[in-house]
Write a protein that binds this ligand. Structure first.
Ligand SMILES: Nc1nc2c(ncn2[C@@H]2O[C@H](COP(=O)(O)OP(=O)(O)OP(=O)(O)O)[C@@H](O)[C@H]2O)c(=O)[nH]1
Ligand SMILES: [Mg+2]
Ligand SMILES: [Zn+2]
Length: 360
């Protein structure tokens, strides 16, 4: 028997399972977690082993959009086909978190990045891949996904100045934890492993080539995931990992490795993050006054939505908090930029004073 607690099973999922089994009268069913997805076929880890599974006809009939189908990390109600290592999925248990992206106006092209994740590791390497703006975008998305973001900076062994990257990341990430690791020397890996104890699930997100699969290997032992061959000439990746995959780690907890995201793929203007605050921005756009502060102005769509309960006060509170933090960050970056500019000018003017031709 496999202990599903090690795969993240808990009281919350158990209660949902009990309810759904009762509703569906799904008597010969057990719970399982999707570890791999391949063209509408799923590997599902159950207490009795890993079964290759498909969705039942009734399930497919009721499914309408991408998120109605299972994704890696989902807990599903699965029935074993008699005498086989195969299963039929009858339902998805309610998700605790969802991180997805989707093309504007389309429900079909939604891509689910991670579900039922406690922690999102936002992975960047300490070289040319490091991009403050991208980190900020990742963070905004992660904050609203229901999972806790943690920044992981890789390839510490390749930089002379890890503090430079650490400070930058910390400035952008406000209160979020920032860790640095080297998959080559193993430095810092233990701190990451510690976060996963007690059956936590974490997903690794970041550009191709930053070392996500290497980190899985550092944690689980070499050879678990294929990683890129060494190439010294460019920092850009080539998409070694092609599938999302859920991996149980020996010391407890679960990791979801994902294919690297192409730069700005998530964030270019034709796309918006489904899990962002788009609803609030849309509401704000229909306020009577363009510069509405959503406090006591007449015709304020936000206040109306809050009063009617269409928009929860808590969610709006989170939005306001994030806006404040971003504004703070802008000012801070501005100050840093100004300080750098001042330094530059100081040096230049100093140099000018030193220059013999400027001596009176
Ligand atoms: N020096 C050094 N190299 C690293 C480190 N981590 C990863 N690498 C190398 O970086 C390359 C890419 O690593 P992968 O683990 O395949 O990257 P990935 O993020 O999984 O990439 P995709 O699967 O394409 O998204 C490999 O050649 C690794 O050996 C590190 O901490 N230090
Ligand atoms: Mg990989
Ligand atoms: Zn308003």
């Amino acid at each position: 028997m496999i202990n599903l607690n090690e795969y993240g099973w808990n009281q919350f999922h158990q209660e949902n399972m009990d309810t759904i089994v009762e509703e569906l009268k799904a008597e010969n069913c057990g719970a399982g977690r999707v570890t791999l997805e391949h063209k509408r076929m799923y590997r599902v880890m159950t207490a009795e082993g890993e079964w290759l599974s498909v969705c039942s006809g009734a399930f497919q009939h009721a499914a309408y959009e991408r998120r109605d189908y299972p994704a890696v990390g989902d807990w599903v109600v699965v029935e074993r086909m008699p005498g086989e290592e195969r299963g039929i999925i009858h339902a998805i248990l309610p998700r605790t978190s969802l991180f997805s992206r989707k093309s504007a106006g389309s429900t079909i092209s939604e891509q689910i990045i991670a579900v039922n994740v406690d922690i999102v590791f936002l992975v960047m390497s300490m070289n040319d891949d490091f991009n403050a703006r991208r980190l900020e975008r990742y963070l905004v998305a992660a904050y609203d996904s229901g999972a806790t973001p943690v920044v992981v900076l890789t390839k510490k062994d390749l930089t002379d100045d890890p503090d430079h990257y650490l400070e930058l990341a910390k400035a952008i990430a406000f209160g979020t934890d920032v860790f640095s690791v080297s998959n080559t020397t193993g430095e810092g890996v233990e701190q990451i492993t510690d976060l996963l104890k007690n059956g936590k699930t974490a997903a690794l997100l970041g550009s191709s080539g930053v070392g996500k699969s290497s980190l899985v290997n550092s944690i689980c032992g070499e050879g678990k995931m294929a990683v890129q061959g060494i190439r010294e000439d460019d920092a850009k990746g080539r998409h070694t990992t092609t599938h999302r995959e859920l991996i149980k780690i020996p010391t407890g907890g679960v990791l979801i490795d994902t294919p690297g995201m192409r730069e700005f793929q998530l964030w270019n203007e034709s796309e918006s993050l489904d899990s962002g605050f788009k609803d609030i921005e849309e509401l704000a756009a229909s306020c009577k006054f363009g510069d509405c502060r959503h406090e006591s102005e007449p015709g304020c769509a936000i206040q109306q939505a809050l009063d009617s309960g269409e928009l929860s006060r808590e969610r709006y509170g989170n939005y306001v908090k994030l806006q404040k933090e971003l504004a703070f960050l802008d000012r801070k970056m501005d100050r840093q930029a100004q300080a750098a500019e001042r330094d530059k000018w100081k040096k230049i003017t100093k140099g000018m004073r030193k220059h013999p031709s400027n001596k009176k």
